[in-house]
Design a protein around this ligand. Structure first.
Ligand SMILES: NC(=O)c1ccc[n+]([C@@H]2O[C@H](COP(=O)([O-])OP(=O)(O)OC[C@H]3O[C@@H](n4cnc5c(N)ncnc54)[C@H](O)[C@@H]3O)[C@@H](O)[C@H]2O)c1
Length: 279
């Protein structure tokens, strides 16, 4: 073997060892769209066996069909994560199919509704139903997913759970609602608490804190060019991110490369938090 061949073999072996998720059993919630879809895709692309979970049955079927068309077979499971029993049933279903559960991304979430930039979002006016719904999906649903995953992983003494928080959970954010910043800040601390409890059981828990990505969050309003330009102005890199750009961090946190990482929150935000500290 030439020196060049040896170097290439070593490169492939190091990359293969660090980022090898082949055969792992994975579940991703919110996988019918946006970040969850990209996370599910990178896991399937790199050889994990993935269950795509979402409340949107039609969206799930469409994504699964698109993945299958690219030679990426995945399973789907319809679930509303605000229902604790259904979150448990989701994990049982994945374990039943794979005989193992190694990686769970608790990622499903919804936009928060009006920020205080609009009077209906002022601290004394945010509709009670909006507060309740955002907290129910973004905090309670994330907690249910975490709890259901931990219940399966604890006796097996192995697993990685990744919660999707937000930069809006790490600082004040005038672009989103009180309910959203409250729920996402809580998710960050739930991840830390669960990491403490579960570390002795061999389970890693981390949170990711995305800045603005172009997804379907916020619906039609979020897709308007003015809204996207306003978001871009909050980012030192000067633009919103494409969902593809979550893939590297997702693979890192799912793979052996993150073997000493737990209880942390990882921003992926084009520098937004740095800008916040500079102001
Ligand atoms: N896009 C961003 O800029 C951004 C920034 C920070 C954090 N996040 C977070 O990323 C996560 C994914 O959001 P996204 O931007 O990809 O949005 P998205 O709207 O494109 O995708 C969210 C998915 O979650 C699903 N979902 C919503 N409620 C659910 C429920 N109760 N049960 C099961 N599935 C449900 C939706 O059907 C949808 O498929 C969310 O937690 C969001 O708060 C997004």
């Amino acid at each position: 073997m030439s020196v060049g061949d040896e170097a290439a073999a070593r490169r492939d072996s190091v990359l293969g060892r660090l980022y090898d998720v082949r055969g792992l059993g994975a579940v991703v919630t919110g996988a019918a769209s946006g970040l969850g879809r990209a996370i599910a895709e990178v896991l399937a692309e790199t050889g994990a066996r993935v269950t795509l979970a979402d409340a949107d049955a039609e969206g799930l079927a469409k994504v699964a069909e698109e993945f299958a068309g690219q030679g990426l077979p995945v399973r789907t499971y319809e679930v509303d994560i605000t229902d604790r029993d259904r979150a448990r049933a989701l994990m049982d279903d994945a374990v039943g199919a794979y005989g193992r559960l190694d990686v769970v991304f608790a990622n499903a979430g919804i936009g928060g509704g009006p920020s205080y930039a609009r009077p209906e979002g002022w601290v004394d006016r945010l509709p009670r139903e909006r507060w309740d719904r955002v907290v129910d999906v973004n905090l309670n649903g994330t907690y249910h997913t975490l709890a259901a995953a931990a219940a399966v992983m604890r006796p097996r003494r192995h697993g990685k759970i990744i919660l999707t928080a937000s930069t809006a959970g790490l600082r004040a954010d005038p672009m989103v609602s009180y309910a959203y910043v409250a729920a996402k800040a809580a998710v960050v601390n739930v991840a830390r608490q669960a990491a403490l409890e579960l570390a002795p059981h061999g389970i890693h828990v981390n949170a990711i804190a995305p800045g603005p990505f172009r997804t379907n969050i916020g619906g039609a309003r979020g897709r308007q060019p003015e809204a996207q330009a306003a978001w871009a102005r909050t980012i030192p890199l000067g633009r919103m991110a494409d969902p593809e750009e979550i893939k590297g961090l997702a693979l890192l946190l799912a793979s052996p490369a993150s073997s000493f990482m737990t209880g942390a929150v990882y921003p992926i935000d084009g520098g937004a938090l740095t800008l916040a500290h500079a102001l």
